[in-house]
Design a protein around this ligand. Structure first.
Ligand code: A3P
Length: 302
């Protein structure tokens, strides 16, 4: 079966999930061929949940001894070109890099649902950092992303139809709740292997979460680093305000001709309230109550 997002994205339904048709070849190839290594770090997100931020943070934490912050590659390179997407840039139709060419430990990214991960990832001790975000902000963020990608103007009249699709689970890598719930459960079962982060928590208390992330990566901040303000520097370098104003992210385009600025829109919690009605909020609240019942998982909407 197939569905179409109004801006022209085709979605394929495969093993209970909706995948963007443009990545489908890469998704299957990644699923079948990826051989995880114990030292791998894989960043996983539901699309529009803070992937760009997480990539910037993980890259900076990993490389903080390799460059002074004033010479970080992040200042001239978009985070997505520093940590590549497995199903697109490595296993896609036009790969830009072979896995063998990556230095160890490999840091890679994907949007794949947990149940669809390659077997080798489940069997190895590779680490997964999962980041998610409240579904209403995810939905609105994707609406804006879709119009940028398809070069169409923002059309508020499409919101209702698209919201209905999202609530029926039809969204890229959806259903949303299956995605988050599977990683939530995996993180409860194997906290040493799966770190579960929420965009809203990161925004509220970035210092603590940055520490948790570095520790999970096996690169905790030392007492000296903490007293020298290294965590604050990492956060400043990776902040929305800093990244969005860099020449590369402001004025340059990626290899597909899309502006890097599309990854930096508002960077806030609660922007959905400018677009969605109270009855939409009510529908989402009911859905979440039903889907997350008994799991202990919840999201803040503001
Ligand atoms: P908004 O559209 O709500 O502004 P992803 O990186 O997964 O595609 O998610 C994109 C969302 O993260 C966008 O949300 C974007 O503005 C926000 N974002 C990008 N960089 C960020 C950063 N450094 N800190 C916080 N949010 C960021």
């Amino acid at each position: 079966p197939m569905e179409k997002i109004p801006e022209g994205f085709d979605l394929y339904f495969y093993e209970g999930r909706w995948y963007p048709s443009i990545f489908f070849h890469g998704i299957i190839s990644f699923q079948q061929h990826f051989k995880a290594q114990d030292a791998d770090l894989i960043l996983i997100t539901f699309p529009k949940s803070g992937t760009t931020w997480l990539k910037a943070l993980a890259f900076t934490i990993e490389n903080r001894k390799n460059y002074p912050f004033s010479e970080s590659p992040l200042l001239t390179t978009n985070p997505h070109d520093l940590i590549l997407f497995l199903e697109d840039e490595i296993y896609g139709k036009n790969p830009i890099l072979k896995l063998e060419d990556l230095p160890s430990p490999r840091v890679l990214a994907t949007h794949m649902p947990h149940s669809a991960l390659p077997t080798s990832m489940k069997e190895s001790n590779c680490r997964v950092v999962y980041m998610c975000r409240n579904p209403l902000d995810v939905f609105i963020s994707f609406r804006h992303f879709a119009i940028t990608l398809s070069n169409t103007p923002f059309d508020p009249s499409l919101i209702e139809e698209c919201f209905d699709m999202f609530c029926r689970g039809v969204s890229i890598y959806g259903p949303f709740w299956d995605h988050v719930l599977e990683y939530w459960k995996a993180s409860r079962e194997r906290p040493d292997k799966v770190l579960f982060l929420k965009y809203e928590d990161m925004k509220e208390d970035p210092i603590s979460h940055c520490k948790v992330l570095a520790k999970f990566m096996g690169l905790p901040f030392s007492v000296e680093e903490e007293s020298q303000g290294v965590i604050e520097e990492v956060l400043k370098l990776c902040s929305f305000d800093n990244l969005k104003d860099l020449e590369v992210n402001k004025n340059e385009k990626n290899r597909n001709g899309h502006p890097y600025s599309m990854f930096f829109r508002k960077g806030e919690v609660g922007d959905w309230a400018n677009f969605l009605t109270p009855s939409m909020l009510e529908r989402m609240n009911k859905l979440m109550e039903e889907k997350f019942a008994g799991s202990g998982l919840n999201f803040k909407f503001s």
